[in-house]
Design a protein around this ligand. Structure first.
Ligand code: GAL
Ligand code: CA
Length: 345
């Protein structure tokens, strides 16, 4: 028995030497991905889409998706770790897009391409690095669509002007003020209403940081202050439109003829349900599926050392790609109302 154990040990040691000396496996391409905050409704959908596509590559790809936790310093540490571990490309949803220059510097030093997505860095920063790309949607368009939804409602509904002063009194729930999506949706939604010849009167606007709970609190406070003086609620996204609807329901709206039009952006599943229930007037599809796919496809192409412009389908989608250099992939928004919401479920 003792001899057998000795023999076995020797055999195992020899085997170990052979395994150790075997041909080195080529390193797999490695992609470092980070989201500004995992606790964000819409970005969780984008994240899950990216994760699924990455998983589909099976053995061919190493990747990691990490939470920036709403903290740029933490996210910078994550990016340093990706680079130390030999990432071949980065897919970054920045906590603070204004910090892109620091990140670009780090990646450029190691010749690692970056695909920014959803939170757009300054064009001037983007221009500094040939291997920096952006995947997103034109926030102006989403704002315009929100405004058009409201204008159509206003014109079709004689009772919409509750105080009959010929003006539309509104409140506006803002997203993260550091985010261009929040800025442009606020600006362009109102511009579209005015462009339709409707006079507006802003009762209040405040940030709820893209979040349902904060939006519900803000809306509740506005309802006790203004009540039915409010004629329309604009929300920069649906997590917040749902928060506003929760507050409105608690105040007795959407029963009998007590109604308040609310519009949002994203078309998350909860928003499509709300359209079905008649509590959300309309929303704008922020296409998480196409954005996730465009981000992953580009990061994966670049990680394999292939050129971006030839291999990524959305880049060939000239109608949506305003930048001929192929650095930007724009995914279009779509208006969603009770007429068409089913096709987005
Ligand atoms: C927007 C989206 C918001 C939020 C934000 C994060 O495009 O509409 O719901 O996810 O991105 O940057
Ligand atoms: Ca009015």
């Amino acid at each position: 028995m003792k001899r057998f154990v000795v023999l076995l040990t020797v055999v195992m040691m020899i085997a170990a030497i052979f395994v150790g000396c075997g041909p080195a496996k080529p390193a797999k391409p490695n992609i470092g991905i980070t989201i500004y905050k995992f606790d964000d409704n819409f970005m969780s959908i984008v994240r899950n889409n990216i994760d699924k596509l990455a998983k589909d590559q099976g053995d061919k790809l190493d990747y990691s998706i990490q939470d920036g936790q709403g903290d740029q310093a933490k996210q910078n540490d994550l990016i340093d770790q990706f680079l130390t571990k030999g990432a071949k490309s980065l897919a970054l949803n920045m906590v603070e897009p204004a910090s892109a220059s620091v990140v670009i510097g780090k990646a450029q030093a190691k010749k690692v391409p970056i695909v920014f997505f959803n939170r757009e860095p300054d064009a001037a920063e983007m221009a500094k690095y040939a291997n920096a790309y952006y995947v997103g949607a034109k926030a102006q368009q989403s704002g315009t669509y929100e405004g058009e939804l409201v204008a159509e409602y206003w014109k079709a509904t004689p009772t919409a002007d509750k105080n009959k002063d010929g003006k539309l009194q509104y409140v506006m729930l803002l997203g993260d003020p550091a985010n261009t999506d929040a800025k442009y949706r606020t600006e362009f939604s109102i511009k579209a209403v005015e462009a339709a010849g409707i006079k507006v009167d802003k009762l209040a606007e405040d940030t709820a940081m893209w979040q349902t709970g904060e939006a519900q609190n803000k809306m509740q406070a506005w309802l006790s202050k203004f009540g039915d003086k409010i004629e329309v609620v604009f929300a920069n996204n649906d997590a917040m439109s749902i928060g506003a609807i929760n507050a409105l329901k608690a105040a007795g709206y959407f029963k009998g003829n007590k109604y308040m039009p609310v519009v949002g952006v994203d078309a998350i599943p909860e928003a499509l349900d709300a359209i079905e229930q008649g509590t959300l007037l309309g929303t704008v599809l922020n296409d998480a599926k196409r954005q996730g796919k465009a981000t992953f496809d580009l990061a994966w192409t670049l990680a394999q050392g292939k050129p971006a412009a030839t291999d990524v389908a959305p880049l060939a989608d000239a109608a949506n790609n305003a930048n001929p250099a192929g650095k930007y992939i724009w995914v279009p928004y779509v208006k969603v109302t009770k007429e068409n919401y089913k096709s987005f479920k």
